[in-house]
Design a binder for this molecule. Sequence first.
Ligand SMILES: [Zn+2]
Length: 267
Amino acid sequence: MTRMAKDRVPIPPEIAAELLFASDHTCCVCRDRGRAVQIHHIDEDPANNTKENLSVLCLLCHNDTQIKGGFGRKLDANLVTQYRDDWHERVVIRRDKADELAALRLAGSVVVVPSTEPEAEALMIPADEALVTYVKTLPSVLANGYSIAQPRWDTGITVEMLEGTYELIDLVEQMLSHLASWFPENHFGGQPAPEYFSQYVATRFAWHRALAEPDGVGTGGTIVGPVASMAVLDDIQRAVDEIVCSLLWEREGFSLNAWRGEWSQAK
Ligand SMILES: [Zn+2]
């Protein structure tokens, strides 16, 4: 039986943006960062743009929703929904975890201000002073992130090593989002900082994956993921350096050069 072809209705941009952010611009099935992705209609009705019906898939996994085998599709609607829900939950957990590491020192440093009412005092800290305090903590937060990743890199197991790098990338991404709060709202790309940086990281991934596979997608083997992710980590560490330079390049009582040295040593 053939289904009636239905008219494609464009996905409203805010729904697309929300979904891409929820999935961290990453395929919910293979979760391989940097693969080209598209928004898939789970029920295959291109007019049904409800959130429940949409998922982010890479082109390869999307093909698996089309292939019919002996027992039906390799990836049927139920399975895609499960993968999606599970992945979105994981993305939230990863972000929270990274955010806790990135922001912990910020909260801690604010409480250090001597006062009988730390909370009231904290609110009165000028934004500029809080910025310097936060920036000064970043090299040790990064070094801490590296010490958490090191045991995973030492396993020599590709999947483990990748996870270690991904966590570090998440951590630095959260730093960027925090630093963006010293810029006007929606300063970057006219969108909230976490969305902007999620997209930024995805773009860097796509770039480095493409460079790692000059002969075409899939020709680079299993080393492509680890190579690309280390390059992305480098890129976003540089982005932190750039954003700090932009915010603090002429700040009295703050040595930008000394900080940059510490930051580059932290890895
Ligand atoms: Zn995929």
